[in-house]
Write a protein that binds this ligand. Sequence first.
Ligand code: PGA
Length: 253
Amino acid sequence: MRKNIVAGNWKMNKTLQEGIEFVKELKEVLANDKTNCEVVVCTPFIHLASVSTILEVTNIGVGAENCANQVSGAYTGEVSATMVASTGAKYVILGHSERRAYYGETAEILKEKVELALANDLTPIFCIGEVLEEREANKQNEVVSGQLADSLFSLSAEDFSKVVLAYEPVWAIGTGKTATSDQAQEMHAFIRSIVAEKYGKEIADNTSILYGGSCNPSNAKELFSNPDVDGGLIGGASLKVADFKGVINGFNS
Ligand code: PGA
C-alpha cells in the first residue's frame, strides 16, 4: 500500500539553533497526537545530524534537500548521498524546480543523484512540474512525463518502487497560487497512469505522489482528499510548527 506523507522543505531557512528548536517543538506536539500520515522534515545539510539525533526515537523522518551527483572526492562544497545517510537522514529531495532553475540541474545530473541516493538507502522525493508558460500552452502532461522518463525511467522496477514523487507546478510554488484540487487530482492521476504504463499497475498504485505548491493548513484537507494525492511537499507552511501541524491535520478526521 502506498503511504500518505507530509514532508516539510525548509529551503534556505533557519539557523542551526532555530532548526533544533523547531524539531523539539514538533516532536512534542506530535507525541500527543496520532497522525494519519508519515511526517518528514527536509532540512539544509547543516541541520541534519542534530535533527536526526533529536528525532531518533520518534517516527518523524528526516531528509536532505539535495545531494551531490558524485560519489566522493574533489568537489568543494558538495555533500554526497553517503554523507547525508551517515547523519541518520532517510530521505532526499531531488529535482526541485529551484535546483533545476537556479543551479542548472539537468535531467542527466538528476538521474545520477537518484541512483546515488538509492545506492545509499535514501528515499528520493523526486520533484516534477511545469512552469506557467507550459501550463498556459497546455503542455503540462508532456513536460511532466518527459521529466519522469529522462531521470527515473531507466531505474529497475525494484528501484523505482522506492521513489516518492512530488508534483509541484512551478507557478504554485511560494506564490500563494495553489493548483485547484481538480487540477492536482487530474495531474496526479496522469502521473500514475504514466508510471503504470512503464512499470505496471501494481507499482503505480503503490507510488506515493505528493502535491507541492502553496499547500497550507486551509487547503491541505481538500487537496489530500483526492484519490491520487498522497500528501504534500510543504515549503512556506513547514517553517512554523503550528502551520506544519495544520497541514498534517489535513489527514486527520
Ligand atoms: P511552497 O513550496 O509550499 O512554499 O509553495 C513548496 C516547495 O517548493 O516544495
